[in-house]
Design a protein around this ligand. Structure first.
Ligand SMILES: Nc1nc2c(ncn2[C@@H]2O[C@H](COP(=O)(O)OP(=O)(O)OP(=O)(O)O)[C@@H](O)[C@H]2O)c(=O)[nH]1
Length: 668
């Protein structure tokens, strides 16, 4: 039985996310303002892009009243990493004249520096486009809201939020790589949200493209009709003219009621230096006008709407948003904490039923963040506050460490998310941070039946008052898709990582599909890199969280000259403790400079030492390799050493360089 059919059974009873609720109150509709259109030819001679001209009265607004919900289509682009979502989004924006062709920066909607440097999408981005299409026999103007979503598993929360504002999705699949792990995960997200799914087989220009094989995979895995698949190349433009007509004809208009009281779903928020908090919203029912008084269903707090508009793709004020439209509002919220993602906003003095909202983001990985220089705590505090304004999926609590001083314990959606957060802290806010070994949330149960959830290994008492009776660790269900020849080595890797095989089948003659239950701890540290390396980069991998399972866990302490370094403590499975302990002390030995006294580095479980290294006494001579050379070179090296010393962390009498903490992150 195909996965699709199994899922259909499970989901048969699910109801639509946007099943509309009938209400009697209606908000008065303001009479339409005058509007004008001009038309321009696009690269595709057969179609026009209709671009509403700026309203001359208000100077800066576009009139949206021309677009009743029947003329609106809201859709996401979803796919596995690198299958071409952002490039396809670029082409659609060009095709509709929303951005100029050759605007100079590919993947236009990937705006963050980190997205551009890494070539990945981290934040979902919305863009409103206008398009004229012959529909039911006559030329009709449509407003299309496109949401480009991230492909990496850590950001699937962004995908599920985006889908809540859509009635359809373009499921993009690389014509050479075929269905991959995130294709499967994203298909189910869209399917569970009852979206119309349009398969798009992209990159057909590649020499290894095999669209027929991909069509067969789509049929066997998801029961998608092969004749529904669009064949495109976002690179050469081939086949792109079919995309928007398919969006208009196959995706239903938004189902909301224009005569019902306003209900809008808060999709996302970020902080802008000049405007304050900007919220992205989807109008589910009713209409919103500039100057309206609105209220949060979650907090009861009221606000006045100071600005409202669409993302075209930059912010364009329109003074109004109508049923089914997606746009932004500025409403005097002082912090993004007030803008709760998934909240329902409505007019004050109207009674509405809240929208279903979203499941809260689940933090998979926790790590301590400390200022590299202890005196920078306030600066780091400020930087984290500002960044969490734009990334509400990070949890932050203050903590202190004897080794590192005052800092923060942060929860992330995965390791890539953690990495991206660090990079943004440094790039966007100039913060220098030391992060501690990432850990997953464990549960420890004691003889008095008390349970302790541990997000920071240092918080686990080495000698508890009550006897420890059980330990529990979080698990995930991992999906792995690989070429058949790598099956053996992947099974070995998963067994080493304590995985339990749940499913093993073949997508077609060349590709195997496997499902494993695995401890989260085993996959957050370097699993994906190892999987990629043993499969020559051909594996694709995705995971979803699952239940806790009993496990034999121990706390591994790192001691320097007999003194435990709380920031380096970690929790591991007992069977892995000797190897992890050895690796940790070896790594530390490499990074701790020789000092004027001997340093003993130990890894211990309770009072039992399981690994040990010694750094012999002496000052590191940074000039050792500087034969001859002029004095300025030597001065530079000494200056660098001085600078490095400033960034050292003193534990007892031992100075630990910042890199040592970074290197520890890599030890599994
Ligand atoms: N040959 C070819 N390359 C393409 C095509 N579409 C996209 N690419 C290339 O594929 C790479 C990934 O494209 P993106 O658009 O960034 O992919 P994405 O799915 O948005 O990636 P994530 O956001 O990281 O998930 C880029 O180097 C693109 O230039 C295509 O149709 N043909």
């Amino acid at each position: 039985m195909s996965i699709f059919k199994r899922a259909s059974r499970a989901l048969r009873s699910k109801i639509s996310l946007f099943s509309s609720i009938s209400t009697s109150n209606s908000h008065p509709i303001i009479s339409p303002r005058p509007y004008l259109f001009h038309f321009c030819y696009t690269q595709n001679a057969a179609s026009f892009c209709s671009r509403p001209r700026q309203n001359s009265k208000e100077g800066s607004t576009i009139d949206l009243e021309q677009y009743p919900s029947d003329n609106i289509r809201n859709f996401s682009i979803i796919a596995h990493v690198d299958h071409g979502k952002s490039t396809l989004a670029d082409r659609l924006l060009e095709l509709t004249g929303t951005i100029r062709k050759g605007h100079g920066q590919p993947q236009y909607l990937d705006k963050l520096q980190v997205e551009r440097e890494r070539g990945i999408t981290v934040k979902a981005q919305t863009a409103t486009m206008f398009h004229r299409h012959k529909f039911l026999g006559s030329d009709t103007d449509f407003l299309l809201n496109l949401i480009d979503t991230p492909g990496h598993v850590d950001f699937s929360y962004e995908v599920s939020r985006s889908l809540a504002a859509c009635q359809g999705a373009l499921l993009v699949v690389d014509a050479a790589q075929g269905v991959q792990a995130q294709t499967v995960a994203n298909f189910y997200l869209a399917f569970e949200s009852n979206l119309a799914i349009i398969p798009v087989i992209n990159k057909i220009d590649q020499p290894t493209a095999d669209p027929d094989r991909v069509k067969a995979q789509l049929k066997s895995m998801f029961d998608l009709d092969p004749s529904d698949a669009l064949l495109t190349s976002a690179k050469t433009g081939q086949g792109l003219e079919q995309v928007l007509p398919a969006v208009i004809e196959r995706i239903p208009p938004p189902p909301g009621k224009s005569t019902s009281p306003l209900r809008m779903l808060l999709l996302d928020s970020y902080y802008d230096e000049y405007k304050g908090v900007i919220c992205h919203v989807a109008i589910v029912d009713g209409a919103l006008h500039k100057g309206d008084k609105i209220c949060s269903a979650a907090t009861g707090q009221s606000y006045e709407v100071n600005d409202v508009g669409i993302l075209h793709p930059e912010l364009v004020p329109t003074g109004i948003l109508l049923t089914g439209q997606v746009g932004y509002i500025v409403s005097g919220m002082r912090s993004t904490k007030e803008a709760r993602i998934g909240d329902t906003l409505h007019h004050t003095r109207t009674v509405i039923q809240s929208l279903p909202g979203f499941k809260p983001a689940k933090h998979m990985v926790f790590s301590g963040l400390y200022p590299a220089d202890g005196s920078d705590f306030e600066a780091l505090n400020h930087a984290i506050e500002r960044l969490t304004c734009n990334d509400a999926s990070v949890s932050v609590t203050k903590e202190s460490s004897t080794a590192l001083g005052l800092g923060f314990r942060c929860g992330f959606l995965g390791l890539l998310h953690m990495d991206v957060f660090h990079q943004r802290l440094e790039q966007e806010h100039g913060a220098h941070v030391i992060s501690t070994v990432p850990t997953v949330p464990y549960i420890f149960e004691y003889s008095d039946e008390s349970k302790l959830q541990v997000q920071n290994p240092a918080a686990l008492p080495s000698n508890p008052k009550n006897r420890l009776v059980a330990c529990w660790e979080p698990t995930v269900i991992a999906t792995i898709i690989i070429p058949s020849e790598y099956v053996g080595s992947v099974i070995t890797l998963c067994a080493e990582r304590r995985g339990e095989q749940l499913e093993y089948s073949f997508i077609d003659s060349q590709r195997a599909f496997m499902k494993y239950r695995m401890p989260l701890r085993e996959i957050v540290v370097d699993f994906y890199n190892e999987l990629k390396s043993i499969t020559s980069g051909y594996a694709s991998f995705d995971y979803e969280d699952s239940e806790y399972q009993a496990s034999d866990l121990v706390k591994l302490d790192i001691l320097l000259n007999g003194q435990p370094v709380d920031a380096m403590a970690t929790i591991v499975h007992r069977s892995k403790a000797p190897r992890v302990g050895r690796e940790l002390v070896e790594k530390l030995k490499k990074f701790i400079d020789r000092q004027m006294f001997e340093i003993i580095i130990q890894a211990a479980i309770g009072s039992k030492v399981i690994a040990r290294e010694t750094v012999s006494a002496m000052r590191k001579n940074v000039l050792a390799k500087c034969y001859g050379g002029d004095i300025t070179r030597k001065k530079k090296l000494l200056e660098k050493q001085k600078e490095g010393k400033k960034r050292m962390k003193r534990v007892g009498s031992v100075d630990i360089p910042q890199e040592a903490f970074h290197e520890l992150l890599k030890v599994s």
